[in-house]
Design a protein. Structure first.
Length: 129
């Protein structure tokens, strides 16, 4: 079963995402703390990572750089699902390209179905359901 790692500080949204992805055939772990998410990634080997950029105690970009610094996670699909307005994100296009971000979705314009479609599109072939 493909595994999704979610880094989301909004606990209500985090629970909703977990509940949405499970019936779609995914195992899911969710963390508000980016450091806990890194530890979980080491143990669970996620097939896809979904993260907010506005994280407690650390920037989402810092988390992404650290995540990508590990050889095992350089090709793991990363989907940004953020409250930051696209105008704010567009300033960081070069950074997102350098980090090999699969998709960058603005929460206000994205429903759960669109997020699921992105997960399915970018999950590795070995993890397709």
């Amino acid at each position: 079963m493909p595994h999704i790692l979610i880094i989301e500080p909004d606990l209500v949204l985090s629970v909703n995402l977990k509940e949405y992805f499970k019936p779609a055939g995914f195992s899911v772990s969710a963390h508000a703390d980016p450091q806990a998410a890194l530890s979980a990634a080491d143990q669970l080997r996620p097939d896809v990572v979904i993260t907010e950029l506005q994280l407690a105690g650390r920037s989402g970009v810092e988390f992404l750089y650290e995540f990508r610094s590990y050889p095992d996670w350089q090709d793991t699909p990363l989907i940004i699902h953020t409250s930051l307005h696209p105008d704010q994100i567009s300033k960081h296009t070069e950074v997102l390209t350098d980090l090999n971000i699969s998709a960058c979705l603005y929460k206000s314009d994205t429903n759960l179905q669109v997020l699921l479609e992105n997960v399915r599109q970018f999950q590795p072939a070995h993890a397709k359901i």
